[in-house]
Write a protein that binds this ligand. Structure first.
Ligand SMILES: [Zn+2]
Length: 380
């Protein structure tokens, strides 16, 4: 207050006519009544403003630190999946790049939503991320950290969204395999975005009152029937024999394909119509998603990842991953047991059917989305 009243009296001094006198009076006043010169006062003021501003900035940055951030490794993996999908997706499936690529990444504390056009109100924005070419949103975690599925996961929107845990928490484990897995899920987004996908899936009449879509996992298929198990095993052996030995003469390969198709027909005859429809749906949906995963890895052998992705400690070449995926498909096909693995058998089986279709009907992919949900219709 004393400082303010002195400044008021200073105002009176400066109201005298001569500015020179005024200046002198001002200096005298300062020497007489105040221990600092005006220059010192302004230095003090600047210092004070500086301290206040620093405080404001540090509060702001503390608030920014409170907001969760995508880790650098998650961002690099996601960016690589988007980039790879954009580079090679349409070579495998026409217009795949037009399908949504919305992802909900599940981390220990939070979930991050990327490339989703309509986040629900429980999400907060983190702004635009140029490396992901998307706005990023976050919320507290809802899903399990190892979750992996694709469905309209964001309330209020029918956009099919990939819900996926971080690589270390999912079965993919490592970066390269996780990127390929993300493209498996992205293929489900292409399936789901077909104009009549949900109507046609409902028309199968397999849900038996279930409204959640869980029937796709829990349908009561007769896994325990010995005759069905034996026929599944026999046709799996014949399928592997029809696809794998590429060096065989054409006539021998055609003979093997016929033997396989005959075994598949028998498998169909063993099953009630709904049970057959269910397995056909699974071969169509999950088997071809596994086939697509392999095709992505195969084509990516000629693709050069970003230097950030190549620098990741667990980065493996796509060529190497593609080779091991091919081996896995056939190892599973030859060893898996319907009574033990149950629905899981459809992945390798459907993938191998896709590979056989490549040989005996190379244009099958152009009719795939029309012939929902039965690969049998695509065999010549
Ligand atoms: Zn899948």
């Amino acid at each position: 207050m004393a400082f303010v009243s002195r400044l008021n009296s200073l105002g009176k001094v400066s109201s005298v006519k001569s500015p020179q006198i005024s200046q002198r009076a001002l200096t005298r006043f300062c020497h007489q009544y105040y221990p600092f010169s005006l220059r010192k006062i302004s230095r003090r003021l600047v210092a004070l403003v500086f301290v206040v501003l620093s405080l404001i900035f540090s509060l702001e940055s503390a608030r920014a630190q409170d907001r969760p951030q995508l880790s650098a490794i998650d961002r690099t993996r996601l960016a690589e999946a988007f980039r790879l999908g954009a580079r090679i997706g349409d070579q495998i499936w026409p217009d795949w790049s037009k399908a949504p690529f919305a992802v909900l990444l599940v981390t220990a504390e939070h979930e991050f939503l990327i490339r989703h056009p309509k986040p629900s109100a429980d999400f907060n924005s983190l702004g635009y991320d140029p490396s992901l070419k998307s706005d990023v949103y976050y919320r507290k975690r809802h899903f399990l950290t190892h979750f992996l599925a694709t469905f309209p996961a964001i309330s209020g929107s029918m956009i099919s969204t990939i819900v996926v845990g971080q690589a270390e928490n999912t079965t993919a484990r490592t970066s390269t395999r996780w990127v390929i897995t993300l493209l498996h899920e992205h293929f489900h987004q292409l399936q789901d975005s077909q104009p009549s996908y949900y109507t046609d899936a409902n028309a199968l009449n397999l849900s038996r009152g279930d409204q959640t879509g869980m029937w796709m996992l829990n349908y009561a298929f007769p896994y325990e029937r010995t005759d069905v198990q034996q026929q599944f095993s026999a046709m799996s052996q014949l399928l592997a024999a029809a696809v794998q030995p590429r060096s065989l003469p054409r006539a021998e390969r055609a003979k093997r394909a016929r033997a396989y198709l005959e075994a598949r027909r028998k498998f169909q005859q063993l099953l009630p119509s709904d049970d057959y429809k269910y397995f056909s749906f699974q071969f169509w949906k999950e088997g071809i998603a596994r086939y697509t995963e392999y095709q992505v890895a195969r084509l990516a052998a000629k693709y050069r990842p970003t230097k950030e992705f190549r620098a990741l400690k667990d980065c493996r070449s796509f060529a190497e991953v593609g080779k091991s995926m091919y081996e896995e498909i056939f190892r599973e096909l030859l060893t898996q047991k319907l009574g033990e693995s149950k629905r899981e058998v459809v992945y390798a089986f459907g993938a191998a059917e896709g590979l056989l279709l490549d040989e005996i009907n190379p244009r099958w992919r152009s009719r795939y989305f029309e012939e929902k949900f039965d690969l049998w219709k695509l065999f010549p």
